[in-house]
Design a protein around this ligand. Structure first.
Ligand SMILES: NC(=O)c1ccc[n+]([C@@H]2O[C@H](COP(=O)([O-])OP(=O)(O)OC[C@H]3O[C@@H](n4cnc5c(N)ncnc54)[C@H](OP(=O)(O)O)[C@@H]3O)[C@@H](O)[C@H]2O)c1
Length: 401
């Protein structure tokens, strides 16, 4: 009886558009669902896990991984159709960021060391909603969704994943799951950089000159497309063999950082309003001189010592060091008339809704370099670890390649 009501509801319209009566029925069904004894569910699932930090050899296929459960009323369980590998997955496998991420997982520090294992990596997800928490209004079982899962949560290299309803969005219908899984983490990082850190958007972009360093990877190819969708002029720094790809997604000007000194090449260009640096290190010192001073110009970098400091010095000393470093840099560059920002990926369903609209208008397209099957996850890690990405590396979990 309960299941009949539930599945009739599933075929209905979006939850947030239901009338009061339907909502009451839905709430009653949701409550009833907790006590349903006829709905058989798995207790284990296949997943790629790590049981300790290290090289690729720590990746282990586990066919008996514990099935995720909804712990908070705003969470959903998603059946994963596809995911992707980002540099953060390789870094997390190596143990990078573990001090900060363990603090997010266990803020009161009551769990024993190593309690994060078995750890599932994989930040991107494209799949189908299987079950919703009691407060989830925007999604219902059966919805096709995409999203990026924060790094302190269990990831999507598994048959199912649980995440917050605020962190996902309806998958654009024009994309397959494999295509959709290539976009959330990198587009949301580009969004965090360009919108949140540099104050760019559809209205403010036209006429702005943007320099993108590290343009040929996941974040770079996403950032170029966002900027071009909003009408900015984009100068992309990458290797020469990526020129065709980078021009095909809209870059106005390309600079080969291997051909000659980057600073010499950039001197022949007009100054920039925004620089997004996906490479960091030496490029940071070099790039800042190419911003228009005293005009609100901003340099934003994705490569920060925040997680590294916490790993090395512990949370308290690490945060202190990070705060001092960032404040010194911000003040130093403010005195020279430019803004200096560190960028952090931020999961956001609402931002993905907007990105989805740009996908629908064919302003943003997936740039996929290679697709691996679920059994080849270690090969995919190997590939990403070697660097020189040209777009994204995607894992097909249930989809055929
Ligand atoms: N702060 C955050 O929250 C956050 C979020 C996402 C990513 N990140 C970081 O941001 C960086 C970029 O991420 P991603 O996903 O785009 O990485 P990716 O897919 O591996 O791409 C990096 C790209 O940079 C190119 N490259 C390397 N050295 C370069 C140089 N000196 N000048 C210009 N291009 C260069 C590489 O190609 P070639 O080597 O062949 O030139 C590659 O195409 C990574 O370090 C990642 O860890 C940080």
């Amino acid at each position: 009886m309960f299941n009949i009501v539930r599945w009739n509801f599933i075929s209905g319209v979006k939850t947030h558009r239901l009338g009061a009566l339907k909502q009451a029925v839905q709430q009653r069904c949701s409550r009833v669902r907790q006590f349903s004894s006829s709905f058989r569910r798995n207790t284990v699932m296949p997943a790629w896990v790590i049981d300790k930090y290290g090289g690729n050899e720590v990746l282990r296929f586990n066919s008996n991984m514990t099935f995720p459960v909804i712990n908070y009323p705003n969470e959903v369980i998603i059946k994963v159709h596809a995911t992707s590998i980002n540099p953060i997955d390789v870094n997390m496998r190596n143990g990078y960021g573990s001090a900060s991420l363990n603090m997010s997982r266990d803020p009161l520090n009551v769990k024993t060391s190593g309690s994060e294992f078995p750890l599932v990596l994989g930040r991107d997800v494209s799949g189908v909603v299987m079950e919703c928490g009691l407060n989830v209004r925007y999604f219902k079982p059966g919805d096709q969704v995409w999203g990026a899962i924060p790094p302190w949560k269990q990831g999507a290299l598994a048959e199912f994943v649980v995440t917050s309803g605020n962190e996902i969005s309806m998958k654009p219908k024009s994309l397959s799951h494999i295509e959709a899984a290539s976009l959330p983490y990198v587009t949301l990082t580009a969004w965090a950089a360009l919108v949140n850190s540099c104050g760019l958007n559809k209205e403010k972009c036209p006429g702005k000159r943007v320099l993108l360093i590290g343009a040929s990877g996941g974040v770079g190819t996403a950032a170029i497309q966002l900027l071009k969708a909003w009408g900015a002029h984009v100068t992309a720094v990458c290797s020469e063999d990526a020129f065709t790809l980078i021009k095909s997604i809209g870059a106005d000007d390309v600079v080969d950082y291997k051909a000659a000194q980057l600073s010499e090449q950039l001197k022949s260009r007009e100054l920039f309003d925004v620089i997004l640096d996906n490479v960091g290190g030496a490029t940071e010192a070099l790039a800042l001189q190419f911003l228009k001073p005293w005009s609100g110009a901003t340099y934003a970098t994705l490569v920060t010592p925040f997680l590294y400091n916490n790993d090395r010095l512990g949370i308290a000393d690490g945060m202190m060091r990070t705060g001092v470093t960032l404040s010194c840099k911000v003040v130093k560059h403010l005195c020279k008339g430019v803004h200096y920002r560190w960028v952090f990926f931020s999961p956001s369903g609402p931002s993905l809704d907007e990105i989805g609209e740009l996908v629908k208008d064919v302003k943003i397209r997936p740039v996929i370099e290679e697709i691996f099957s679920f059994s080849d996850v270690p090969k995919a890690f190997n590939k990403v670890e070697k660097g020189h990405a040209r777009g994204k590396t995607v894992i097909s979990v249930t989809e055929s390649k």
